[in-house]
Design a protein around this ligand. Structure first.
Ligand SMILES: Cc1ncc(COP(=O)(O)O)c(C=O)c1O
Length: 423
């Protein structure tokens, strides 16, 4: 049986997959089962921040696997404590707060929803009823659990899964007036991505962020950032909002979620909550003993690997490198004249190439991809040896490892230019 036959026969068909079976990876390269080499500019959808099989990850995995792989959270473990310390002190910049560990982005966000609900119960309406609503954005993506698809402002993800989980209200992303109009006495929190990833690589505008900040002060709300895809260096800063918002508009949220790049390929998620005072306690202590848990949250193995990844990002200066490579890509493409390429958006190594389907010449190919220009481009790029990730209808994402070399960037851009020109 071929690998794709095994998938078809034995795996629930919930994923649309490309006809490619990957067997091995090293750095920015992966190889298929026939030994063909590809440049991997998808990196597991922004996960493999150090590339494939980085020696730092392999060593941390091997060493910790020989010491202690798992205990329950009934006990303390040093790797978990040290990872939390790094996230609080190095990533969040010493402003205090605490960490909860989970396994994935959806699960990290699940913790944010529960934190917001607890907050809304602690700070009820004038009638004494809890505030239970979280405002999120249209075109957002927050994960595939039932609460995740309810938080996600894209109805297609909720199709066939009714009844929707209540407690979410959507506003158009970057529409500051709509955000203000949506706040009611029920609102407990505002949650958004600093750069929408699945929504087509769209950064938040300073005006929208400013409005959220004003509403936080006026209505006693939480601001929560989903940094699952954009966080931990991908945009050129460990805190994506520091690279997206200009200094004058920069502020710190009340809570942040992470996953993807946090483990560099090892599954781990987390959220941070601030020390903002909520009655007699800081926000980060609202979820007290027994209120939230995860069997695999912050295992010694996952924590040791994640700490090794974060230390390597710091040691090798990968935030600055991501920023420089992003600038290098933008400078390289500045002179391109490709009819179907309408815009390049994003920051650092989280970039989206927006393709205009009406300017695509390959109409047969487009028809075969249900009109999705990004799917056609992604397939052709794959055939030419470059792996990228489609987003929505028209955006091709470049999400290479943070330590990608300038030579590999140039090789990828050369393929990209040829393929986009041929469309
Ligand atoms: C911004 C954002 N939040 C949450 C998620 C869900 O993460 P996971 O697939 O690990 O549950 C994703 C996944 O793409 C994401 O991009």
């Amino acid at each position: 049986m071929t690998t794709s036959d095994l998938t078809t026969r034995y795996i629930v068909p919930s994923y649309g997959r490309f006809p490619l079976a990957l067997a091995r990876g090293e750095g920015t390269r992966v190889w298929d089962e026939n030994g063909r080499e590809y440049l991997d500019f998808g990196a597991g959808i922004a996960v493999c921040s150090l590339g494939h099989c980085h020696p730092v990850i392999t060593r941390a995995l091997q060493e910790q696997a020989g010491i202690l792989i798992h205990t329950s959270n009934l006990y303390h473990t040093r790797p978990q404590g040290l990872l939390a310390k790094h996230l609080v002190e190095k990533v969040m910049g010493g402003q205090g707060g605490k960490i909860f560990f989970a396994n994935s982005g959806a699960e990290a966000n699940e913790g944010l929803y529960k934190l917001a609900r607890k907050f809304g119960h602690s700070r009820p309406t004038a009638l004494g009823t809890p505030r239970t609503e979280i405002i999120t954005c249209l075109e957002s993506f927050h994960g595939r659990t039932l609460a995740g698809i309810a938080a996600t402002g894209q109805p297609k993800f909720r199709d066939g899964f009714a009844p929707d989980m209540p407690g979410f209200r959507y506003v158009p992303y970057n529409d500051a007036d709509a955000l203000r109009a949506a706040v009611s006495d029920q609102t407990a929190a505002i949650l958004f991505e600093v750069i929408q990833g699945e929504g087509g690589i769209r950064p938040v505008t300073p005006a929208f962020a400013r409005e959220a900040l004003e509403l936080r002060e006026q209505h006693d709300l939480l601001i929560m950032f989903d940094d699952v895809q954009a966080g931990l260096g991908r945009t050129g800063d460990l805190r994506s909002w520091h690279s997206v918002l200009p200094p004058a508009d920069r502020f710190e949220p009340d809570a942040v979620s992470w996953a993807k790049g946090l483990g560099g390929g090892f599954p781990i998620g987390a959220f941070w909550a601030s020390e903002r005072a909520v009655d007699d306690r800081p926000l980060c202590d609202l979820l007290g003993p027994g209120t939230h848990a995860s069997t695999f949250g912050g295992t010694p193995l996952g924590s040791a690997v994640s700490l090794a990844v974060l230390e390597e990002i710091e040691r090798a200066g990968l935030c600055d490198h991501a920023l420089q490579m992003g600038q290098h890509i933008r400078q390289s493409i500045a002179g391109w004249e490709i009819p179907c390429l309408s815009e390049v958006r994003g920051q650092g190594l989280m970039l989206g190439f927006d393709l205009d389907p009406s300017a695509v010449q390959d109409t047969a190919g487009l028809a075969g991809c249900q009109g999705r220009a990004c799917l056609l481009a992604t397939q052709k790029l794959m055939s030419a040896g470059l792996l990228t990730v489609p987003s929505g209808e028209r955006v091709v994402r470049l999400l290479p490892p943070l330590n990608v070399s300038a030579a590999d960037v140039d090789a990828a851009l050369s393929i990209l230019r040829d393929v986009l020109t041929s469309l």
